[in-house]
Every structure is written in structure tokens, then in C-alpha cells.
Design a protein around this ligand. Structure first.
Ligand SMILES: Cc1ncc(C[n+]2csc(CCOP(=O)(O)OP(=O)(O)O)c2C)c(N)n1
Length: 603
């Protein structure tokens, strides 16, 4: 096969060196590879890929936020079908949303070159689960490249486009949090502008009706065998000869941990972990006394190598959960009896104070959850900053499954017929646009009796403040149409819709009370900009007149991080004080104070 990693050249020292994060390296590679269309929906740890791409000239690359990951992949597919290089990027759970398109596109191919960047999150730093994208590559019969550092992220992303075109397949490049967010020096190259190939009329290939799909499926299987053959000789598969006492099959960031712990070991580094180069693995296994597999998360390689009839060991010594580390690799190899165990670490006798995350001072989501708790509702929640309402001190959200689940979860709760409390779904604006609209239509269609609160803070706050169709701005900051939630809800058939400012506490309570007694679907749109995005809001801070505070703790129910207990006491309870540096003057605490002792700081 003719796909050599042209970009992995020995002359890299002559190239320009840039300090790039893994995600920036991927973006740089995409730009250099001549990607014409790039689309993504934000999600940690992948978000910076598209944000970095948007810094390259608009004439070179059309970079856009899509409403969700499936839409982003479908846009990339459309562009690739027109014969240009296209890319979609997402976090691992975004791949679930995009899965339907990728599964079928695997049959259709890639024509112009189609690469999907998926960033996994071992250790669940900022996600709702820890799924391993390598399993999906097997499911979809498409190759997955796994860089170990930012330089490889750059090189493999470029190579992924070559492979995609040569083998007519979508290619996944899999990163992880540690790689995406680690910065190191990357030798970069020059941009190429591939000639657009144009659309090729071939409906037997591009229309997946059963008759065509039946013909395409065997080709997918053949393609996989060709890719495996290519990977036998490709520099992506690297055999590092070392001590034959044991050999380690590894890849991705795990490779770096292995190199740190046993630099002279025999290592088979798999730059692509699907499909596997079986012959090379077999030869490598024969060359060592014992074969180990060091891989983060699932025993994907271990199981497949065992299925080839090759004896190996892996998860007996290394954890299946969370991130690996040099310490864990060392401990695992020691447990296997292959190296000395590390001397016991010096015990540190300090218990760090637990500091659970809380909503920001003045967060517009706070009052909605205080009110829902007061109204004793059953709250089906969703994913966003507001998911923090599920934990202390707000503790007023009962469920959070995945993006867009809240409304349909609430419908199911109502259908179950066992709930004594009013059922409320709460969903952020970005999440509503991502996957909340079909369940809203479903709720009306099936005559559900639920309340939906759209928490409209005018931004995708959780992932760092990205624009979306409700903000009226594109990724590059250009003005565009701004979705009107009220009109949208009415078009879906919702008759009872109210828009309120969640800083007006009295009105908020009253509106929610009316919504939960309304028969049918009631929608409350709680609109108030995020205090951090697009600009940090800082109004006149508030202060508490000590004499007036009766230590009733009403304001403390807000869980605002600007409120703390003062040393002074009233009837055995601590009075409250406000940290004026973090207070933004939202007045929520003043509104719930029964003695009116909270006032703006006078200059
Ligand atoms: C399928 C999927 N894609 C992306 C994410 C990352 N993510 C978590 S919440 C969220 C959106 C948050 O925005 P919004 O709903 O407006 O709530 P906010 O954080 O602004 O309160 C995103 C993009 C995810 N968890 N799952």
C-alpha cells in the first residue's frame, strides 16, 4: 500500500517548532492537510480543536459549531462526498450521538477524505462515563489511530487523511484528556491544498438501501483486511527491540508511561489499534519470553491478541478503570514479577479539605433550583453547569443521564404513574438545541403532563462559553440568526410558555407554581446571561449589616460561594458575611433575606 506517513520525516528538526497542546496540534495538522470543512460540537477534552481551527483563515477552512455531534459528522460526510477533506471532532460521548451516521458511512467510504477526532476521558475528569472509543472502531469497521504525544497527534492526523483517501474509509484519531491538554514542542510543516475531487455519481455506493448495503458490507470487511496488511509494514507499527525477557504491546499515552518505567524493554508500539497487524504481533510474541499488554481502560488489545491464539497478560496487573500512570505501570510490572517494586511512597499525613465544585456567585441557574426544591418537585436534570444542582448545597436535581435526556426522562416518569411530586425537566439552552427538541415534540405529541425549564444563560457555559444557534453568533463571531425558544416551543405545540428572569425570585416562584399545576406541557424559559460569558459580569457587591442578620440561614440555602459564616453568633447560630471580592451583586440573597439587612456596598 502506498500510504506512507509522509509527514513523519527525519528532517523534523529543520521544521518550524511550535509549543502546541495536543488539540492545537490536531488543528494545525488539519489545516496543513488542506481540510476544507471542519465541524464540531463542544465537549471536554475536545473543544479546543475547533476553536484552534477557527484561528486559521476563513478562506482556507470553513470551521463551524454544529448543534450536535451527529450534525457535525453529517456535515463532514457531505463535504467528503463532494470530494474535499473534511473533519469532525467530539468528545467520546459525542460519538454515541454521531454513531448512526458513522456506522453507515463506513459502508459508503470517504471519497474526499473523512477524519473523525474523538477525545476519550479516562478517569472521568469531565464526563458522564468512561467509554473506550477503540471498541467503537471495531463495531464500525474503521481504523483508529492513537497518538502518544502532541507531535504524533499532528503527524497522525495528517496521515489519517492519506489513509482515509487511499482506503476509502472514515478514520478515527483517538486522543485522551492527558494528550489533548498537554502542551509540548511540535515540529510543523506547510499547508497543502488538495485539488477538490468533486462529487462522483454512484448511487449504488452513496445510497444505503439494503440492496446496496449488502454489496458494500463485504467490501468493508475486505478493506479491514487490507488495512491490517498495511499496518504490518507501516511505521505506525513500531517494534523497539530490547531485553527479550518480556515484551510489551502498547500504544497511545500508555506507550510514554512504559518508556518512562522500562526504557530498554522490548516494545511493540501500535500507532493504529484497529485493525491489528496480527503477523507482527505474533512475531513479536515469539521473540520474548512473556508478552504483556499495557493499555488504558478496556482490555481491547489483550482480548484480541488472546483471540489470535497468542498468550498474553494485561488486566491481571493493570487497572481497567481510570488513567494509567508511570506509577501504575511500574506497580503492574512489579506485580507480574518483571521488575522491582518502587520503594513505598513517603506518607503525607495531611487530609486535604474537600472542595466540591459549586455554581458561580450570581449564577442564573441557582434560583431555579432553590425554587424547585422549595416546591418539592421531582427534577429530571440534564448535562451542563446546572448539573451541580444535583449535589450539596442545592441538592435539587434527581437524575442526569446524558445530554438531552431530561425531557424524555420526565415523560417516562409521568407515564410510570407512580410519582407523587410534580415532574419537572430542567435543560440548558445549548443542551436543548443539541438534543432537547425531539423529546419536547414527543412530550406534546404524547400529551405528557410535565413542566420543562429551559435554563437560557445564552452560552454553552460548561465547556467554556461556546456560541450556539441561540446566541446569534457563529464560531468566528459573525452575526447570524438567533433562535427564539418561545416561538420554537409554540411551533412544537406547547400552549403554556412563559419567559422569566431568574433573578426576579418572587416572579420565578409564582411562574413555577403556575407551571406545575398546568395540565399538559408547560415550558418556563429562565433567561439571564451567564455571569462569566461572553463577558465577566461584576455589579456592585453586597454586604450584610451585622446588626440586622438574625442568622436564619435563608441566604445560605442558595449555596452561593460568596456567602460564608461570620464569627458573630445570633441565638446559637452563626451570622452570615459576604465576600465582596467574589460577589457580583445579583441580589438573590437580598431577595430571600427576611430582615432586609443585605444591601449594596456603599463606596
Ligand atoms: C454528547 C455530549 N456532547 C458534549 C458534551 C459536553 N457538554 C456537557 S454539558 C454541555 C452543554 C452545556 O451547555 P448548556 O446546556 O447551555 O448549559 P450551561 O453549561 O450553559 O449551563 C456540553 C457541550 C457532553 N457531555 N455530551
Amino acid at each position: 500500500m502506498n500510504v506512507q506517513p509522509k509527514t513523519v520525516d527525519a528532517g523534523s528538526r529543520k521544521r518550524k517548532l511550535l509549543p502546541l497542546m495536543g488539540n492545537e496540534a490536531i488543528a494545525r495538522a488539519a489545516w496543513e492537510a488542506g481540510v476544507k470543512v471542519a465541524s464540531a460540537y463542544p465537549g471536554t477534552p475536545s473543544t479546543e480543536i475547533l476553536e484552534s481551527l477557527a484561528k486559521y483563515p476563513a478562506a482556507d477552512i470553513d470551521a463551524e459549531w454544529a448543534v450536535n455531534e451527529k450534525v457535525s459528522v453529517d456535515i463532514a460526510i457531505g463535504a467528503a462526498l463532494e470530494g474535499v477533506r473534511a473533519m469532525a471532532s467530539m468528545k467520546h460521548v459525542g460519538l454515541n450521538v454521531a454513531a448512526d451516521s458513522i456506522m453507515s458511512q463506513s459502508y459508503i467510504g470517504a471519497h474526499g477524505g473523512l477524519v473523525v477526532i474523538v477525545c476519550d476521558d479516562p478517569g472521568i475528569h469531565s464526563s458522564q462515563n468512561e467509554q473506550d472509543t477503540r471498541l467503537f472502531s471495531r463495531f464500525a469497521n474503521i481504523p483508529v489511530l492513537e497518538p502518544s504525544d502532541a507531535q504524533e497527534a499532528y503527524e497522525m492526523t495528517k496521515l489519517a487523511f492519506d489513509i482515509s483517501e487511499e482506503f476509502d474509509t472514515p478514520v478515527i484519531v483517538r486522543s485522551t484528556t492527558r494528550l489533548s491538554h498537554t502542551r509540548s514542542v511540535v515540529a510543523v510543516g506547510e499547508r497543502v491544498t488538495p485539488k477538490p475531487k468533486g462529487f462522483v455519481d454512484s448511487s449504488t455506493k452513496t445510497v444505503t438501501i439494503p440492496a446496496n448495503a449488502r454489496r458494500l458490507h463485504p467490501k468493508v470487511i475486505e478493506r479491514e483486511a487490507k488495512l491490517a496488511a498495511y499496518l504490518e509494514t507501516s511505521p505506525l507499527t513500531r517494534w523497539e527491540k530490547g531485553d527479550p525477557k518480556f515484551g510489551i504491546v502498547t500504544g497511545s499515552i500508555s506507550y510514554l508511561y512504559v518508556k518512562e518505567v522500562v526504557p530498554n524493554a522490548s516494545i511493540l508500539k501500535l500507532g493504529a489499534s484497529h485493525p491489528l497487524p496480527g503477523e507482527t504481533i505474533r512475531a513479536f510474541a515469539k521473540s520474548v519470553d512473556r508478552l504483556l499488554v499495557v493499555e488504558e481502560l478496556e482490555p481491547v488489545l489483550e482480548k484480541e491478541i488472546k483471540a489470535m491464539g497468542i498468550a498474553c497478560e494485561g488486566k491481571a496487573f493493570f487497572p481497567r478503570l481510570g488513567e494509567l500512570s508511570p506509577e501504575l505501570v511500574r506497580a503492574g510490572l512489579a506485580k507480574a514479577g518483571l521488575i522491582e517494586a518502587a520503594p513505598p511512597a513517603r506518607a503525607i499525613d495531611i487530609e486535604p479539605m474537600a472542595r466540591p465544585p459549586v455554581l458561580c456567585p450570581g449564577c442564573p441557574h441557582t434560583s431555579t433550583y432553590v425554587a424547585l426544591r422549595g416546591l418539592e418537585t421531582r427534577v429530571a436534570g440534564d448535562i451542563g453547569c446546572y448539573t451541580l444542582a444535583a449535589v450539596e448545597p442545592l441538592k435539587s436535581m434527581d437524575t442526569a443521564v446524558c445530554m438531552g435526556a431530561s425531557i424524555a426522562n420526565a415523560v417516562g416518569m409521568w407515564k410510570a404513574g407512580t410519582e407523587k411530586k410534580p415532574i419537572v425537566a430542567t435543560i440548558g439552552d445549548s443542551t436543548f438545541l443539541h438534543s432537547g427538541i425531539p423529546p419536547l415534540i414527543d412530550a406534546v405529541y404524547n400529551k405528557a403532563n410535565i413542566t420543562i425549564v429551559i435554563l437560557d444563560n445564552g452560552i454553552t457555559a460548561m465547556t467554556g462559553g461556546q456560541d450556539h444557534p441561540g446566541t446569534g453568533k457563529t464560531l468566528r463571531g459573525a452575526p447570524t440568526f438567533k433562535v427564539d425558544y418561545e416561538t420554537m416551543c409554540r411551533a412544537a405545540g406547547v400552549e403554556w410558555v412563559r419567559k422569566i428572569d431568574p433573578y426576579e425570585v418572587g416572579r420565578l416562584y409564582q411562574t413555577l407554581r403556575e407551571a406545575i399545576v398546568h395540565k399538559g406541557v408547560a415550558v418556563v424559559i429562565a433567561s439571564r446571561p451567564c455571569v462569566l460569558d461572553p463577558v465577566k459580569i461584576k455589579g456592585t457587591p453586597l454586604t450584610i449589616a451585622k446588626d440586622g442578620c438574625i442568622a436564619c440561614q435563608s441566604c445560605m440555602n442558595l449555596g452561593c460561594p460568596s456567602l460564608t459564616w461570620a464569627d458573630e453568633m445570633h441565638e446559637g447560630r452563626h451570622k452570615i458575611k459576604i465576600d465582596e471580592t467574589s460577589c457580583i451583586g445579583c441580589t438573590l440573597c437580598a431577595q430571600v433575606c427576611p430582615t432586609d439587612c443585605i444591601q449594596p456596598v456603599t463606596p
